[in-house]
Design a protein around this ligand. Structure first.
Ligand code: AMP
Length: 377
């Protein structure tokens, strides 16, 4: 969670997302010991990354009547003692797990120490499900079947992802955008075996246009991925998957919120100009494809939506996904920037599910087994 320099929480969505699970544990007669990481501390404890800054807000989110204790070490005598003295309905927050290097290393002995604090292991952290860390995966081996389980958030995340991956109603459309082809090659490749249509937008589209011999001016391009882009297009044709690239672009004379703008076909961008958003023809075409789909997976913006002049394409796609959802499609939006985009346009409750997992969701759709899920299943 992001904090400002005075340790005020600037976005508590990760915290609120897990409150229903904590409340269920308390309501069902349990007490909850919470363990989490926070930030990337390099070398042991630092005040900046202490979870003590979250106690007050956690107390408020739980309704104000729940006792919330804090242990300033996640293992050791104090953690043991406080957890053993917890009464029904009480909560204990442990200090940042990453103050120990053992957490990220997936150290078995460290995981075992953590496991001793509780009777049951509940994993509600889909955002870290792709990491085999001590608290997110390794710890599960110390709990018998029936004593380890998903939390409510994790359960919904996994159910939504599985629905799209394994039970997608056709046509299944994947909308992939963002800056870099290299980040998205594996997911596109995996989706070629499942999707009916793939829309490719955002900065990464220009690598595909260049690979096809187009002129892309100063648009974003990964020259070392031209071959990979050509390969993907060939594979898609062989497998009968329709790839939709933005026919036209909003172009700018510099990467700047106040740049001069114009329009151009995406394969005929003049020298000195760069494509920073999809154009009107692309918007209309993508809208049709989106409205036709019955299952939609969306990861990555269509342009530099952080700047007003280049947000139209991403906004249009977000509105189309919302409209298609209203017509009965199942839509899953995941990955930091597309989530930020649906939030920016106030459409998060108009899509079927907004995932809290960025890297985890990407790896899931790349076809990888996520350690956090496998450890429980
Ligand atoms: P990613 O993290 O790869 O999903 O990329 C998201 C970022 O890509 C956002 O910050 C966008 O501003 C940026 N982006 C999207 N389209 C373009 C574009 N045409 N040129 C440059 N950056 C872009």
């Amino acid at each position: 969670m992001p904090l400002d320099e005075n340790f005020n929480i600037t976005d508590d969505s990760r915290m609120t997302a897990t409150i229903p699970t904590i409340k269920k544990i308390l309501a069902d007669g349990g007490s909850a010991i919470l363990m989490s990481h926070f930030g990337r501390p390099k070398d042991g404890p630092v005040d900046k990354y202490s979870l003590k800054h979250l106690v007050k807000h956690l107390h408020e989110l739980l309704g104000g009547n729940t006792k919330v204790f804090f242990a300033d070490d996640c293992i050791g005598e104090q953690a043991k003692l406080t957890s053993s003295m917890l009464k029904q309905g009480e909560v204990l927050l442990l200090e940042n797990l990453r103050f120990y290097k053992e957490e990220e290393k997936g150290d078995v002995a460290f995981a075992e120490k953590l496991s001793k604090l509780g009777d049951v292991y509940v994993n509600d952290a889909f955002g870290t499900a792709h990491r085999a860390h001590a608290s997110t995966a390794v710890i599960a081996q110390f709990f018998a079947t029936g004593k380890k389980m998903f939390g409510l958030l994790m359960e919904r995340e996994v159910a939504s992802a599985e629905k799209v991956m394994h039970e997608s109603e056709k046509p299944f459309l994947a909308i992939i955008g963002g800056a870099k082809v290299s980040d998205k090659i594996l997911i596109i490749e995996n989706l070629l075996d499942r999707a009916t249509d793939i829309i490719i937008g955002g900065g990464m589209a220009y690598t595909f246009y260049k690979a096809m011999g187009g002129k892309i001016g100063n648009s974003l391009c990964e020259n070392e991925r031209l071959e990979a882009a050509t390969e993907l297009l060939k594979k898609a044709a062989t497998k009968g998957v329709n790839i939709h690239l933005p026919a036209d672009s909003i172009i700018a004379d510099k990467f700047d919120a106040n740049a001069n703008v114009s329009n151009a076909p995406s394969d005929k961008i003049p020298d000195g100009w760069m494509g920073l958003d999809i154009g009107q023809m692309a918007c209309e075409h993508f809208n049709k494809v989106i409205l036709h789909a019955k299952t939609i997976l969306w990861n990555g913006p269509m342009g530099v939506f952080e700047m007003e002049k280049f947000q139209h394409g991403t906004k249009t796609v977000a509105l189309s996904v919302a409209a298609s959802t209203q017509n009965g499609a199942f839509s899953l939006v995941g990955g930091g920037d597309s989530v930020a985009a649906v939030n920016k346009f106030n459409l998060s409750d108009k899509v079927s599910y907004v995932s809290t997992g960025g890297g985890a969701l990407l790896e899931y759709f790349e076809g990888k087994e996520l350690p956090g899920i496998a450890a429980i299943k």
